[in-house]
Design a protein around this ligand. Structure first.
Ligand SMILES: Cc1cc2nc3c(=O)[nH]c(=O)nc-3n(C[C@H](O)[C@H](O)[C@H](O)COP(=O)(O)OP(=O)(O)OC[C@H]3O[C@@H](n4cnc5c(N)ncnc54)[C@H](O)[C@@H]3O)c2cc1C
Length: 601
């Protein structure tokens, strides 16, 4: 396998790999990573779909990528996917999958939707119960905080291993608007991995200027089950792929012969009955290891969600596999401390016009318009739970009634008593979470109980492992997609290692699935490399200016020396670039140019 970029390889059709007609493929888990990998095997590896089987413990495909209407409870989305244009593997996948909405691909549908109705927020942060916190899109990073960030950016990966974020940045950084935007947008906690923080800075450096108003983001038309999973599921079924639901994989056997490693049997329990399949070298097994939504539990409007710390099949399977070889990773680095990896979200479905009036006051947009509403999350920064909420284009479910609005709410601090309900988020029923949310919307206190009881129906969901991949770690904790010496197996999903890309994204799952398919079938086509903005001086300069809230760089030492240095750069490519991106003032004959011929907007 190798990486490529640009159009030359992107549009060339790979030749049929040698020996593919002898292969079968077995996938553990029917989440995005397996489904994507199966698509690549069929499209790029020419493996017939009827030679692929996907084993799934649950009764439906999609895994974490959800969106469902639960009987007697209501609509549930455990998360909403913030997406971006540079999800290279993901868009390579969805260019092939026909849309269920338009005459074109899922990519076409997504592209035109976001072109016609671009995403951006009009109110990103509130305080004092629904008032705009007027952060003015500023990052508010002090010089010290900027230096700390720069140090993280320039550090080697090794220097960041096993460190927490609050070990590499100080109080000033943690008090900045930058950290507020960042932690709420990506669900980072101070105790999470400094290495992941660093990798995110590199991966999304091209989006720094779009962070405060969330114009960096794009969203699907409906929830991701209806917009992404269903079309892909249909396509795979049409290709003859078999999905075996209610099938829990309990173990995989391996044979080790020197450096050579071969999977020899998959064990499962299907509908309570033990079974399995023996594997030859031509039978491939691609296992999703770990899962961020494993053991998630939903409550309802009158019952809190429970924290399920019991047996967790996705993790237990990886634990059993990992015990067989040191190159198969260390699951407990990620799943061993639920108190640090859990948080809770809630799906609120409002009915009627009352609550939407308060929503409109904050978002400055009509939630019933069918267009962008919040434009990403709105964070109540003085909320004890650090509540954020978002309303995507409505309807968010095809089955929604015209007077319903589906809202996604989440709290980063689920064990702190709320400001209105005085209970922790994890102790709250859906109704109580709605009360706390309405309080931070600015609904008069006297009206909160009635509106929460009859104006909305809320389903809370507790996810014990939702940020498990953000736990501090080191090289080797995640196994390689195809471990050294493996002849017929791969690890895929959020806990398999691929270079440069960042976890907690749909792209990461698709990328590891693609890398696995290309390696195991020997597909002779480059996997698109991670977008190279971190190696593009223009993006770095743009980010540097933006992180300083537009102020020019002050060179150390007396001003006349600084000016001298700048004037030496005048009329050079470097001087021109620095001027163009507002890093230094216009000096001498160098004037700031609009860079119309660069695709860096
Ligand atoms: C709250 C939340 C917010 C998110 N926000 C974003 C976002 O903003 N942007 C973005 O790009 N991504 C986001 N994501 C991430 C994205 O949805 C996931 O990374 C992705 O869907 C994971 O897919 P996966 O297939 O790798 O794993 P999973 O979806 O976890 O799939 C694993 C599947 O394997 C099954 N399984 C596990 N063990 C076994 C077993 N032993 N036997 C049989 N089956 C088994 C599970 O039941 C599951 O169906 C978010 C996710 C959540 C939960």
């Amino acid at each position: 396998m190798y990486y490529s970029s640009g159009n030359y390889e992107a549009f060339a059709r790979p030749r049929k790999p040698a020996g593919v007609d002898d292969k079968t493929a077995w996938f553990v888990g029917a989440g995005l990573t397996s489904m994507a990998s199966a698509v690549f095997m069929i499209r790029d590896g020419q493996l017939p779909g009827n030679r692929i089987t996907i084993l799934e413990r649950l009764e439906l495909p999609g895994g974490a990528l959800d969106g469902i209407r639960k009987p007697h409870k209501g609509f549930v989305i455990r998360g909403g996917r913030e997406m971006e244009d540079h999800m290279e593997c993901l868009w390579d996948l969805f260019r092939t999958i026909p849309s269920l909405e338009v005459d074109g691909s899922v990519l076409d549908e997504f592209y035109w939707l976001n072109k016609d109705d671009p995403n951006y927020s009009l109110t990103r942060v509130t305080h004092e119960r629904g008032k705009d916190a007027e952060t003015h899109n500023e990052f508010g990073l002090s010089d010290k905080a900027q230096k700390e960030m720069m140090k993280v950016f320039l550090a080697t990966r090794e220097e960041m291993e096993n460190k927490r974020i609050d070990e590499v940045v100080g109080e000033e950084f943690l008090a900045s608007n930058f950290w507020l935007y960042w932690r709420t947008m990506f669900a980072f906690e101070e105790w999470h991995s400094a290495l992941e923080f660093k990798l995110y800075l590199h991966r999304f450096v091209h989006h720094i200027s779009g962070l405060p108003d969330l114009s960096a983001l794009k969203f699907t038309k409906y929830n991701q089950y209806e917009s992404l999973v269903l079309p892909m599921y249909r396509w795979l079924l049409d290709q003859g792929v078999t999905f075996e639901f209610s099938t829990e994989v309990t173990d995989i056997d391996f044979a080790f012969d020197g450096d050579r490693k071969q999977a020899t049997r998959i064990h499962w329990i299907r509908d309570g009955v033990a079974g399995g399949v023996d594997l030859t070298e031509d039978d491939l097994v691609l296992t999703t290891i770990g899962s961020l939504t494993e053991n998630s539990d939903d409550g309802n409007h009158h019952r809190p969600a429970a924290l399920n710390e019991g047996p967790a099949p996705a993790w237990d399977l990886w634990r059993r596999i990992a015990a067989k070889d040191p190159s198969f990773g260390r699951p407990d680095v990620f799943a061993g401390d639920i108190a640090k990896s859990k948080w809770e979200s809630a799906t609120v479905t409002t009915t009627g016009p009352e609550i939407p009036k308060y929503i409109q006051k904050i978002t400055k947009r009509d939630p019933f318009s069918g267009k962008v509403v919040t434009g990403g999350i709105v964070t109540a920064k003085d909320s004890a739970w650090l509540l954020s909420w978002t309303i995507n284009r409505q309807p968010h479910f095809k089955a929604q009634s015209p007077d319903e609005i589906v809202v996604w709410v989440y709290g980063l601090f689920v064990d702190t008593p709320g400001d209105y309900v005085k209970k922790t988020m994890s102790e709250c029923t859906g109704e109580e979470i709605t009360q706390e949310w309405l309080y931070h919307l600015g609904v008069p206190e006297a009206d909160i109980p009635e509106l929460a009881a009859h104006g909305a129906k809320t389903v809370p969901v507790m996810m014990p492992y939702v940020t498990s991949f953000f736990m501090p770690r080191q090289a080797g904790d995640r196994p390689a997609v195809v471990p050294e010496g493996a002849v017929n197996f791969a690890f895929i999903g959020q806990f398999a290692e691929t270079t440069r890309d960042t976890i907690f994204t749909t792209e990461y799952s698709v990328r590891t699935g693609m890398e696995a398919a290309y390696q195991l079938l020997g597909i002779d086509r480059g996997v698109p490399e991670v977008f190279n903005s971190t190696y593009d001086l223009r993006f770095l300069l743009k980010a540097a200016t933006r992180l300083r809230d537009g102020s020019e760089v002050e060179l150390p030492g007396p001003k006349f020396i600084g000016n001298k240095i700048i004037s030496h750069l005048d009329h050079t490519e470097i001087g021109q670039l620095l001027t163009d991106f507002g890093v230094v003032p216009e000096v001498g004959g160098t004037v700031q140019r609009p860079r119309a011929d660069d695709a860096i907007a």
